[in-house]
Design a protein around this ligand. Structure first.
Ligand SMILES: Cc1cc2nc3c(=O)[nH]c(=O)nc-3n(C[C@H](O)[C@H](O)[C@H](O)COP(=O)(O)OP(=O)(O)OC[C@H]3O[C@@H](n4cnc5c(N)ncnc54)[C@H](O)[C@@H]3O)c2cc1C
Length: 343
């Protein structure tokens, strides 16, 4: 079968990952339609290669050149695809920018996703770790998705239960890892919308602006303002947002920790467990603002590792390991890395 699109060799990924890591892909394809995936699978040389699906590169740590095929999702399009008494259904292609998509929904009078404004990356990656922020998760508004199964060459449709969403987790990190290329995602946006103001910092931001009944667009603007203040912009300094997940511990372990560390920051979960603020644990170990070579910990956000210049992925990983060791030793809690480590 002749190949319909040009394949690039030794493609630099430096501008395609928000850490700005200078790594190369042995082979690189832009995926602007499912046809490209079908053609890739039909080509024996390409089908045999290791693969990495790439969206915005904002949740990746590249630790070396990638000796395989990068599939860069660039398919675009957003449309209202249905409605019922309770919801309007909106389908977005995987290569759409997430924040651009959220703004599209709000501009079309379809609230729901406003608390997730300004999260970097693509729509297609949003189910992978069930992105979340400011008291909301993508799974709250997810309806279904369509993915290309690289194993069989068939399209598959997955509903919410098939995706097995959890805290920064889904089936795509487990059984369907390296198999499903998400092509489009459909969201169910509520017709009877209520503002989600569970998150104290967001409530304070809205109150500070003197608004008593905020619209979804207003909440989005407040989220954007908080995030812009708090989080380093990858265009200024390379980073992938939170580098560690907030660890979840039992009520008994939290009580023990609280006795030893009365300032411990923790949040109760519906199942009786507690989420600990990983940033606080790291800060207590004295890592905020510190560096190992060009790999550093952000001055304001201990949870965010940054590339201060020409750090390699391995250097960032080494820094993460040192931080984890210190947290384990001091609090007995294991930190788990959030971005996908690619070697
Ligand atoms: C400044 C900053 C702030 C952030 N804040 C948040 C936050 O508040 N909440 C949050 O949850 N995350 C946050 N993140 C992390 C990141 O934005 C999200 O995880 C985002 O969904 C990643 O999207 P991406 O397109 O960049 O994915 P990539 O980094 O390109 O890929 C991430 C993973 O998803 C896979 N993947 C990507 N697209 C597809 C696809 N179409 N099909 C199958 N697999 C795919 C990749 O193979 C990889 O394993 C932040 C990152 C940064 C840099």
């Amino acid at each position: 079968m002749s190949f319909p699109l040009s394949l690039q060799r030794d493609q630099s990924l430096r501008t395609l990952n928000t850490f700005g890591i200078d790594a190369k892909a042995a082979a690189f394809l832009r995926v602007d339609s499912v046809d490209v995936l079908r053609a890739m699978r039909a080509d024996p040389a390409l089908a045999a290669m290791r693969r990495l699906v790439l969206g915005g590169g904002s949740n990746l740590l590249l630790t070396s050149d990638f000796d395989g095929l990068v599939l860069h999702m660039t398919n675009r399009g957003v449309a209202v695809t249905g409605e019922d008494d309770d919801h309007v259904y909106v389908t977005a292609q995987a290569g759409e920018n997430w924040h651009g998509f959220v703004q599209w929904t709000l501009a079309h009078g379809l609230p729901g996703l406003e608390n997730l404004s300004l999260i970097p990356g693509s729509v297609g990656a949003s189910p992978i770790q069930n992105i979340g922020a400011y008291g909301s998760e993508m799974a709250d508004y997810f309806h279904s998705l369509t993915a290309f199964d690289i194993g069989t060459g068939e399209m598959m449709t997955l509903d919410r239960s098939a995706c097995a969403f959890g805290y920064r987790d889904s089936v795509f990190k487990h059984a369907l890892r390296d198999r499903a290329v998400i092509v489009e995602v459909t969201f169910a946006l509520p017709k009877r919308w209520q503002p989600n103001l569970r998150y104290a910092e967001l409530v304070a931001e809205v109150a500070a602006r003197g608004i008593s009944t905020p619209t979804a667009q207003y909440i989005s603007a407040a989220v954007v303002a908080i995030r812009t203040r708090k989080l380093p912009d990858p265009a200024q300094i390379g980073n992938a947002g939170s580098f560690f997940k907030n660890p979840v511990v039992s009520a008994a372990q939290r009580a023990e920790l609280l006795a030893a560390h009365p300032q411990l920051v923790s949040y109760p979960q519906a199942d009786g467990s507690y989420k600990l603020a990983a940033g606080w644990l790291i800060d207590q170990c004295g890592w905020k603002g510190k560096s190992l070579g060009a790999a550093g910990v952000h001055e304001k956000q201990a949870l965010v590792l940054v590339n201060r210049g020409s750090a390699t992925g391995t250097e960032l990983l080494r820094l993460a390991e040192r931080i984890s060791e210190d947290v384990k030793q001091r609090f007995g809690v294991r930190l788990e890395i959030e971005p996908v480590v690619v070697s």
